[in-house]
Design a protein. Structure first.
Length: 137
């Protein structure tokens, strides 16, 4: 899916539980989070052009991303998150879609970006696991 989106002009990185799995921090991927820094319109158009039936996720108290789309490929749930941002008491914090390592042919997000994301989302176990990994490198 990441390659198909890239061929359509939408560059993404993989974050969330798939990033944790790529680093050996979990055995279970809940869903696949693809993050892009591009504008919502081209991302949505790419999904449509690729023939994916998707739904746009609504606003949330936690997230202030520009857009998020949920779709399935071969029974696997994928979220395409556009300009990923998390609400905080002092305003939204952007989490960039900066490429990190490659895992199984996928371009993964950087662990330190997701350590911050998990901390801001109130998921301390994941944030701590990533922070320990970063500190031990």
């Amino acid at each position: 899916m990441q390659r198909s989106l890239a061929a359509a002009g939408v560059r993404t990185v993989v974050g969330g539980s798939a990033l944790l799995a790529s680093l050996g921090l979990t055995d279970r991927v809940r869903d696949w989070d693809l993050i892009t820094d591009m504008a919502p319109e081209p991302a949505q158009r790419a999904l449509a052009d690729l023939g994916h039936r998707y739904r746009r996720l609504g606003p949330s108290d936690v997230f202030s991303s520009a857009a998020a789309y949920c779709f399935e490929v071969n029974g696997v749930s994928i979220d395409l998150i556009v300009r990923f941002a998390i609400n905080t008491a002092t305003g939204p914090v952007r989490i960039p879609a900066t490429p990190g390592a490659t895992w199984r042919g996928l371009t993964m997000a950087r662990p330190h970006d997701w350590a911050l994301a998990y901390a801001l989302m109130g998921r301390p176990e994941q944030a701590a696991a990533l922070t320990r990994l970063i500190e031990n490198r």
